[in-house]
Write a new protein. Structure first.
Lengths: 161, 161
């Protein structure tokens, strides 16, 4: 006889394995818009939620930015742990702009302005770990933008749209 | 004047960017043993904690298994979200044994026996997302092993040590 805590019925164990498909898609993972159209400025970016599990306190998402695209410039109380999965990016975090490439790590601390932008002619994709319970992103005011652009490197990064 | 919530002092923004180095190591990420020697059966496996942040409810770890190596056969109440990052593996989850390769996804539900084993002659590395607050892994009893080995595929997987 199986013990109750060991012998889960097979139907509870669905979705254990999901294969990586071509073009950075995954089996049984919906290909989604980055966020609601018109909700905030962004360009050429998609979202796939790789892990969103009632037993996990975080989600793992994969975002992909087409050449010339970028994520929204935003900040929030919650934090991000990011790993670049393909391609190259220029990334703004706080007042720092850095070029990153596949498998590099980026930490987005609370209330820190951040934006990802593709670099070069290839798509750029990244994993982003985030708490399930989190606040909504804030967009910069005109005053916030003015302050950010006091730094020439940040101003140059933000002027590329 | 900077707003207090915007102008973090520079020293609070250390460690934002950590580069991927050769041989699947990362800047400022310690290369660690998988677990305490002798605490449980395993072979040829290392651990690097990529994200462990007071503001994140999960950790993201990178485990790497050398050819011929394997992780501990264990189960626990907490759950894992896994992405293979390099190489190929045979993986046991519950009663299922599957071959996986780079960027494939594996979900380990609560109280489900699991083990990773390299496949072929190359190292196999994987990302593992896990709750910060979690229970300790349980090892199989002789009875658990007997039950697991009733399935021929599981028995074959476990007999390879």
């Amino acid at each position: 006889m199986d013990k109750p805590d060991q012998g889960q019925p097979d139907e509870k164990l669905a979705g254990l394995f999901r294969a990586f498909l071509q073009d950075f898609r995954w089996e049984d993972v919906p290909f989604l818009p980055y966020k609601e159209e018109g909700s905030a400025p962004f360009k050429a970016i998609s979202r796939q939620v790789l892990f969103q599990d009632p037993e996990l306190s975080c989600e793992l998402r994969y975002f992909e930015v087409a050449p010339g695209g970028y994520s929204t410039l935003e900040r929030h109380q919650h934090s991000h742990g990011v790993m670049i999965l393909r391609g190259e990016a220029d990334v703004l975090v706080g007042r720092e702009v850095r070029s990153v490439k596949t498998f590099d790590l980026v930490r987005i601390p609370p209330m820190t302005w951040h934006r990802f932008r593709t670099r070069g002619d290839a798509p750029m994709g990244f994993l982003c770990m985030v708490n399930v319970e989190r606040d909504r992103p804030q967009l910069p005011t005109e005053d916030d933008l003015r302050q950010l652009k006091r730094d020439p490197a940040v101003a140059a990064f933000l002027s590329e749209d």
